[in-house]
Ligand binder design. Structure first.
Ligand code: ATP
Ligand code: MG
Length: 281
């Protein structure tokens, strides 16, 4: 694969074997600053295992995983291993792994819309609240690399959009690279720079547009595959002329076909994404 000196993390032909079984094998992957790389694939296809190799939590049995020296990493794991019988406030949870001041805790929670939860008990949080707190912990130290393993699980629809927007904002504000795992194909196809589709190995990869046309991707995701990218592509096969007529790509003009061109909203891309996303659910 093409290697860049600026890669935050890079896996080369990386794989993990347990006993005689390969959990995942032959993964090439790199994340550059400011880039969103998304892993997709069915349950058990090796997404979390790949993320853990990138993080250094699991050491590849073959191939390599290299992180930039001094890289700060924020991680939202798919599952938390916490002893829920012990009392633990959100504030203390944020400080378990980071020496954060009160102001830093507040600021991180504010960004994820969870400031009011600062003194709440971790074990009493709802699923969506927990995800917001986890994201706050991951971004609190302004990481160079953010690894998000299904960051919107348990989050309601409005919250989900808000969290994906927030992830984009964080990328812009911090310039960090993001390695994300998501089952939400619509968001993946809208937000990722690179998509890697896993099924025990890399089944296909590329830009959302490349991947959406790949037969392996289509075979894995079936009917969902076809619509995921389509709703985000703004097919400008026509222009609206000042006199209200519509001119098509082939030069033909019409004055009464306006309605046919407006399944989509000509507002901001974000608005369109949200609208279509909602429709697709
Ligand atoms: N520590 C482990 N020991 C043995 N097998 C493991 C271990 N961790 C994961 N596996 C197995 O490896 C495979 C890949 O697991 P992984 O958690 O990476 O899948 P995933 O793509 O993240 O799935 P999901 O969408 O369900 O989260 C699964 O079959 C899982 O049972
Ligand atoms: Mg997983």
């Amino acid at each position: 694969m093409t290697k860049s000196a600026t890669s935050l993390v890079r896996l080369d032909r990386a794989g993990i074997r347990k006993g005689t079984d390969w959990l995942v094998r032959g993964v090439d992957l790199s994340v550059e600053p400011g880039e969103i790389v998304t892993l997709i694939g069915p349950n058990g296809s090796g997404k979390s295992t790949t993320a853990k190799m990138a993080l250094g939590i699991m050491k590849p049995s073959e191939g390599s995983a290299v992180r930039n020296r001094g890289l700060t990493v924020g991680y939202v794991p798919q599952k938390l291993s916490i002893d829920w019988t012990l009392p633990l406030s959100v504030r203390r949870f944020l400080r378990l792994t980071n020496p954060l001041t009160d102001a830093e805790c507040d600021e991180a929670l504010e960004k994820t819309g969870a400031k009011r939860l600062i003194n709440a008990e971790m074990r009493s949080l709802s699923g969506g609240e927990l995800q917001r707190v986890m994201l706050a912990r991951a971004i609190a130290r302004a990481p160079g690399l953010l690894v998000l393993d299904e960051p919107v699980q348990g989050v309601d629809y409005v919250g989900e959009i808000a969290i994906y927007d927030l992830i984009s904002e964080i990328r812009s504000a911090l310039g960090c690279g993001i390695l994300m795992i998501s089952h939400d194909l619509h968001v993946v196809m809208a937000a990722a720079d690179q998509v890697i589709c896993l099924n025990g190995h890399v089944c296909c990869r590329g830009t959302p547009s490349d991947v959406s046309q790949n037969v392996n991707y289509q075979a894995l995701f079936g009917a969902r595959a076809g619509t995921a990218l389509a709703v985000y592509e703004h097919h400008h096969d026509h222009v609206h002329l000042p006199d209200g007529k519509v001119q098509h790509d082939d030069g033909s003009l019409c004055s009464d076909c306006l309605g046919e061109h407006h399944e989509h909203d000509h507002g901001s891309d974000g608005a369109e994404v949200q609208l279509e996303h909602q429709n697709a659910r």
